[in-house]
Design a protein around this ligand. Structure first.
Ligand code: EPZ
Length: 416
C-alpha cells in the first residue's frame, strides 16, 4: 500500500497545471451509452476512478479507445447492461450508468453502491425519478433492476439536491417520450458541463445550472466531441495548500468562475488572489486568519473542499466553526489532523477549530479522497516529516499529485 512522505514547513511556490474535472468526466463517459455513435472526450484526467469507469463500460460491450487524456467511446456494441458489484463497490459513481442504460436498452441491472466512509449515500432519488418516468424497478440481492420499454417525460422533484441524481435523471430524460422537468436540480458546474455535452450529442436541454432543468426527449442522440471542464476541487485544493504554507503559486488551466465561495473564504483568510484568463494566482499572508465555513450545494461552499479548509483553519490565527451539512460523517480527517497537533473539537456536524502556531509531522491515515487531501495540506504546513498512509484514496481524484506538488516546490515522495 503506497504512502506519501512529506517534508513539511516549506512555502509552496511555482506553477503547475489543473487537470480535467473527475466529477464532470465520470457522468460524461456514461452519456456515451445513450448513442450508437462514437463520442470523443478531451482533457479527461488520468485517475483511478476514470480507469474504473472505463473498465465498467468495456465489460458492457462499449469499445474504449484511450490516448492519454483523450477518450473515444463507441457503445454501438453495447450488449451487457449490467454493472456488477465487484466494480460498483470500488466506485459509487458507477450508479451513473443506470439512467443511460434504462433509456438506451430499456433494461439495466446495477449493483447498489453500498455505503462509503463519508456516509450511507443512498440512491433513492435516482430510483424515485426513474419510476416517475415509467421504469419498473425492483431492488433485490443488492441490485437495482430497472426495466422500461421507453421512458416517458415527467415532472420530477428531488427531496434534496443530489448531483449524480440530477445527472442520472437528466441523461435518462434525453431519450424519453415527451418533456421532463427536474425541480430542485443540482446547480453544480459539472451538471452544466454534462448538459453541454448532451446538447452537443443532440439532446434538447435548458435550465442546466439553475434548480429547474427542462429536457425535451428525442428519438436518438448522435456522436460528438467534448472537452471536460477544469477540476474546480483540484484547483481549490492546491490553492489551500499554498495558503496553508505561506506560499505563492500560479495554476494554469484553472477557471476561477466556479470557485467563488472558496475564493471568497481564502481572501477572508488573508490571501491575495488574482484571476487571469486561463489561470489563477494566490499569494498567502505570513499567517492566515481563521475563517468559518458551512458546506451546502453549489454555489455555496462545496463539501468537497471542507477537509482542505479544516487544514487551513488548523494553522490559522483564531478560532473557526466548520459546519458540514451534506454528508453525515465527513470529519474523519479531524482525528488525523489532531495527531499532527491540531486543536479540533467535533460536535455532530460541527467542528470547532482553534488555530495553532505550528503543526508537527506524524504518521496519519487517509480515509477518503478529500480527507486525504486535507492531510497532505496539513503535512505540507507541518514542521518535520509526515507520512500519509493509504494514499490510494488520493490516486482516485488527484492526477499526478507528487509531480504537481514537486513543481510547486514541495518535498514529497511516494513510498511503497
Ligand atoms: C457528488 O456525489 C460528488 N461525486 C461528490 O464528490 C460530492 O461530494 C457530492 O456530489 C456533493 O457535492 C460525483 O459527482 C461523482 P449527492 P453524489 O447525491 O452525487 C443524499 C468527491 O470527493 N442523497 O449530491 O453521490 C446523500 O446521501 C465526491 O469527488 C440521498 O439521500 O452526492 C448526501 O447526503 C465525494 N438520496 C446528499 O444527498 C439520493 O438518492 C448529497 O448527495 C441521493 C443523495
Amino acid at each position: 500500500m503506497d504512502k506519501l512522505l512529506i517534508e513539511g514547513g516549506l512555502p509552496l511556490c511555482g506553477e503547475t497545471s489543473v487537470s480535467g474535472a473527475k466529477n464532470s468526466a465520470l457522468p460524461m463517459l456514461t452519456a456515451a451509452l445513450l448513442t450508437t455513435e462514437p463520442v470523443t472526450f478531451s482533457n479527461v484526467p488520468e485517475l483511478n476512478d476514470i480507469g474504473t469507469m472505463l473498465r465498467l463500460l468495456a465489460q458492457m460491450g462499449v469499445k474504449v479507445d484511450r490516448q492519454g487524456s483523450t477518450v473515444t467511446l463507441d457503445a454501438s456494441g453495447l450488449d451487457q447492461p449490467v454493472a456488477p458489484y465487484e466494480m460498483v463497490k470500488t466506485m459509487r459513481a458507477s450508479i451513473l450508468v443506470l439512467g443511460p442504460l434504462v433509456a438506451r436498452m430499456g433494461d439495466a441491472r446495477v449493483s447498489l453502491p453500498g455505503g462509503c466512509a463519508i456516509g450511507a449515500r443512498p440512491v433513492d432519488q435516482h430510483i424515485k425519478g426513474l419510476q416517475a418516468m415509467g421504469a419498473q424497478i425492483a431492488v433485490e440481492q443488492g441490485y437495482v433492476h430497472a426495466k422500461c420499454r421507453r421512458l416517458t417525460g415527467a415532472r420530477l422533484f428531488t427531496d434534496m439536491v443530489t448531483v449524480t441524481g440530477t445527472e442520472n435523471l437528466m441523461m435518462a430524460a434525453c431519450l424519453a417520450a415527451g418533456d421532463t422537468v427536474i425541480e430542485n436540480a443540482a446547480r453544480e458546474p459539472e451538471v452544466v458541463d454534462l448538459a453541454n455535452c448532451l446538447v452537443a450529442m443532440g439532446a434538447q436541454i435548458s435550465g442546466a445550472g439553475s434548480d429547474v432543468i427542462r429536457i425535451r426527449g428525442v428519438e436518438r442522440l448522435h456522436g460528438a466531441t467534448h472537452r471536460v471542464m477544469p477540476d474546480r476541487i483540484e484547483t481549490g485544493t492546491y490553492l489551500c495548500a499554498a495558503a496553508a504554507t505561506g506560499g505563492n503559486i500560479r495554476l494554469t488551466g484553472a477557471s476561477v468562475s466556479h470557485l467563488d465561495a472558496v475564493v471568497d473564504k481564502l481572501m477572508d483568510a488573508g490571501c491575495e488572489i488574482v484571476a487571469e484568463r486561463d489561470a489563477i494566482r494566490l499569494k498567502a499572508p505570513a499567517r492566515l486568519t481563521a475563517v468559518s465555513i458551512r458546506t451546502a450545494p453549489y454555489p455555496a461552499f462545496p463539501t468537497d473542499m471542507q477537509a482542505q479548509f479544516m487544514a487551513i483553519d488548523a494553522v490559522a490565527d483564531g478560532t473557526s466553526i466548520i459546519r458540514e451539512t451534506i454528508f453525515e460523517n465527513r470529519f474523519m480527517h479531524a482525528v488525523e489532523l489532531i495527531r499532527l497537533g491540531a486543536d479540533i473539537k467535533i460536535d455532530g456536524n460541527t467542528a470547532v477549530v482553534r488555530g495553532v502556531a505550528q503543526l508537527d509531522g506524524a504518521t496519519v491515515m487517509a480515509t477518503d479522497l478529500r480527507a486525504s487531501a486535507g492531510l497532505v495540506i496539513a503535512g505540507l504546513a507541518a514542521q518535520g516529516k509526515t507520512l500519509v498512509d493509504r494514499i490510494y484514496h488520493l490516486d482516485r481524484g488527484y492526477e499526478g499529485l507528487e509531480q504537481k506538488l514537486t513543481a510547486l516546490g514541495a518535498r514529497v515522495r511516494r513510498v511503497r
